[in-house]
Design a protein around this ligand. Structure first.
Ligand code: SF4
Length: 344
């Protein structure tokens, strides 16, 4: 049977065995969240690794565990403390869900994570793939994951022509992922798929010559594996512009907390205005120093942030909280503001 005609059923045995054997010899084994069956650790790493590189996550993971060694410790923390510890990692809804999930585990499950993917999926911030990863790694459940990396590997392997922008096609790929599961060793297989996606079948340069599943890869057989995965919907990016007022008074900086929903929800920023005139009107007569503008890319839009800085007396400023510069590290600041403060 040639790769072009292979079905998930025909691939199952060979594919699963090959991935497991390859993971044993060539996969990653020394990441700090590996070699454990503790669902707290696996969950924490899975949430942090969503949309984020391993190298970025390493420090955050260690700091979270040092501060909150058990899920019940995390549940007892305030959301502000969690957001402050998360600051710089981006996609802050993950931090809010992390906190809500820890609380749910502590309050609804007696401090123990549920042991099946189906139950794990009922917790805040745990989607189908994350639930499956925790269940496979910690409880040896035979269940498929399908994160971004695995979607890419399987789409190429099967030359899967469904458009992953459509939920019908995505469901079909989930079914294929389930069909491909080996009978045993699902934890190593799951790690192997993750490792293949992260180190061999990468988005921009799949290393097909060294890939263990190349002989059975339909995408490779076409000579154009980069055609997969197919996803047509293009994200329409917007652009926003805002003005920050950086006000200092005797070594203190004025901060405002963002609303509980929307971009940077719950984080602390400098007072923010929609246009320059409004920012200036908040501090009539003050001499404002204009700092270089910041361009910050978020998922859905590019954000241009202008900063104007001034010494200001408490009585003449917009509302907020005065914070001593040396204690700013205790506040959950978005990454561009953290950088701005560090460099000034
Ligand atoms: Fe990806 Fe190439 Fe391996 Fe196919 S052969 S899974 S395209 S790296």
């Amino acid at each position: 049977m040639t790769p072009e005609t292979m079905t998930p059923e025909a691939l199952t045995t060979d594919f699963g065995k090959t991935v497991v054997a390859w993971q044993r010899r060539h996969g990653r084994h020394t990441l700090p969240w590996q070699n454990t069956r503790d669902p707290y650790r696996v969950w924490l790493s899975e949430i942090m690794l969503q949309q984020t590189q391993v190298v970025t996550v390493l420090g955050y993971y260690e700091r979270f565990l040092a501060r909150w060694p058990q899920v019940t410790d995390l549940a007892a923390a305030t959301l502000d403390e969690v957001l402050a510890q998360w600051a710089g990692l981006g996609y802050y809804s993950r931090a809010r869900n992390l906190h809500a999930c820890a609380r749910a585990v502590a309050e609804l499950h007696g401090g123990e994570f549920p042991r099946t993917a189906a139950e794990l999926q009922t917790l805040p911030g745990i989607g189908r793939s994350t639930a499956a990863a925790i269940a496979a790694f910690c409880f040896a459940e035979r269940v498929a994951i399908l994160d971004g990396n695995v979607k890419r590997v399987l789409s190429r392997l099967l030359a899967f022509d469904g458009d992953l922008a459509s939920s019908v096609a995505e469901k079909k790929l989930w079914n294929h992922a389930t069909e491909l599961l080996p009978e045993a060793g699902v934890d190593r297989y799951t790690q192997g798929l993750m490792d293949l996606g992260a180190t061999v079948c990468t988005a921009r340069s799949p290393d097909c010559p060294t890939c263990p599943v190349q002989p059975m890869c339909a995408g490779f057989a076409t000579g154009e594996p980069m055609r997969w995965p197919i996803k047509t919907r293009k994200l329409k990016r917007g652009r926003r512009e805002n003005w920050w007022l950086w006000l200092e008074n005797e070594g203190q900086v004025l901060l405002q907390q963002r609303p509980a929903s929307g971009v940077w929800a719950g984080l602390w920023t400098l007072p923010m205005f929609d246009d320059e005139a409004s920012a200036r009107a908040a501090l009539p007569g003050a001499t404002l120093e204009t700092l270089p503008r910041i361009e910050h890319a978020l998922t859905h839009f590019d954000w241009v942030l202008h900063t104007m800085r001034a010494e200001a007396a408490d009585t003449m400023t917009p509302g907020g909280t005065w914070v001593a510069r040396e204690t700013l590290v205790n506040y959950a600041l978005p990454a561009p503001l953290k950088k701005l403060i560090e460099e000034s």
